[in-house]
Design a protein around this ligand. Structure first.
Ligand code: UD1
Length: 353
């Protein structure tokens, strides 16, 4: 049996893909949700929509500062594993959240093999909690699944050479698997009054933008100066930061979108403005230009031919980037073929069964 650990929104989407592939391969799995994300719109709705086949357990950790949240997770994950009738063959973790870090540390202490999906990503900015989480996770992992050659190379540079596979990105599988479901379920008219092709999608949730009022104000001011409509699904972390800020009138605030809703919004928007990691790739796969509100990106391949322009929170750069047009003929496939989940399940089967 494999125990997979998830905790934050994008991990539910990745788990939906991999869990289906593991089930097809006949590999038993239990998914443990740490409870890092707990609002219905940040958590339950994903489980309802994505039909995750494995049985799941929720540890109900909730929010806290990084050390406290991670420590609480470690205690509960350790407890959960020690109370299983048999130790799992391996612990499977995704990406770079505090849930990833906590589970990795627990597994390492129990001498359990660790499988890391989305290995080898680096922003080279250790101010980001995610950068610390992914470095530790990669170095403690036994089986590493990378989304690109670049990520394999970055691991090699850090001396991680064994059991490293470039399988592509499971988020691309998710788009392949769920697009038709999104087209049936999430109707644009229920999500926004804005018409297809007449709005940009914006998301902001990185501490570097939400916890630094200057950066947040710069971004919002820039949006106010771009004569286009922006739809902004608000992360709860950001909601508390904008209470006392007057928002520009071309910015329409929404509750967080579910995954299927997000796919619909992506399909119908013009451009994406974001500080999320996952959304940069999703914009690319959906052939939408992306303006990344960060100084650096782990997803460097998306920058070719101006498909992804990094602006940070610099007002001039954001406004300048909004005027860029791109040549759609320059688009080329990135991060695999949309069947990463199957490749992962086959390799896990070969290694552990
Ligand atoms: C986390 C991940 C980030 C990932 C993001 C995906 C870490 C360090 N960060 O960031 O890499 O991109 O998830 O969305 O693990 N909150 C709620 N309800 C919820 C969840 C959070 O109100 O359901 C609020 C709480 O005030 C909490 C804050 O949001 O303190 C931040 O949540 P947290 O899970 O710590 O990090 P994210 O910003 O969501």
């Amino acid at each position: 049996m494999i125990v997979s650990i998830v905790g934050a929104r994008p991990q539910f989407v990745k788990a939906a893909v991999v869990s289906k592939a593991l089930a097809q391969q006949g590999i038993p799995e239990i998914i443990v949700h740490t409870g890092q994300h707990y609002d219905d719109k940040m958590s339950q709705i994903f489980w309802d929509e994505l039909e995750i086949p494995a049985s799941s357990v929720n540890l109900g950790i909730g929010s806290g500062n990084h050390a406290i949240q991670t420590a609480r997770m470690m205690e509960k994950i350790d407890d959960f594993l020690n109370n299983l009738a048999d130790m799992p063959k391996a612990l499977l973790v995704y990406g770079d959240t505090n849930s990833t870090l906590a589970s990795t540390l627990v597994a390492a202490k129990l001498n359990l093999p660790i499988i890391h999906i989305e290995a080898g990503l680096r922003s080279f900015n250790r101010q980001m909690p995610e950068e610390v989480n992914r470095i530790v996770t990669d170095h403690l992992s036994n089986l590493l699944f990378c989304p690109s050659e670049e990520s394999v190379m970055l691991l090699n540079k850090e001396g991680i050479n064994k059991q490293v596979y470039n399988v592509g990105d499971v988020m691309m599988d998710a788009i392949r698997i769920f697009t038709s479901k999104a087209q049936k379920n999430a109707l644009l008219k229920d999500l926004t009054d804005a018409k297809s092709g007449e709005f940009n999608l914006i998301t902001i949730h990185r501490p570097s933008n939400t916890d630094n009022e200057n950066n947040l104000l710069n971004i919002l001011d820039s949006i106010g100066e771009i004569n286009e409509t922006f739809i902004w699904p608000l992360h709860p972390r950001t909601r508390v930061k904008i209470n006392s800020i007057k928002l520009p009138s071309n910015l329409i605030v929404k509750e967080p979108f579910s995954y299927l809703q997000m796919l619909t919004m992506l399909e119908n928007c013009n451009k994406v403005y974001t500080d999320s990691g996952g959304l940069q790739k999703e914009a690319y796969w959906m052939k939408k230009p992306c303006i990344t509100l960060r100084e650096e990106t782990e997803w460097v391949e998306t920058k070719h031919n101006n498909w992804n322009i990094l602006t940070g929170s610099d007002k001039k750069k954001i406004i300048a980037a909004s005027a860029f047009t791109i040549d759609t003929d320059t688009w080329q496939p990135l991060y695999g073929d949309g069947f990463a989940g199957d490749k992962i399940a086959e390799i896990i089967y070969d290694v552990f069964y």
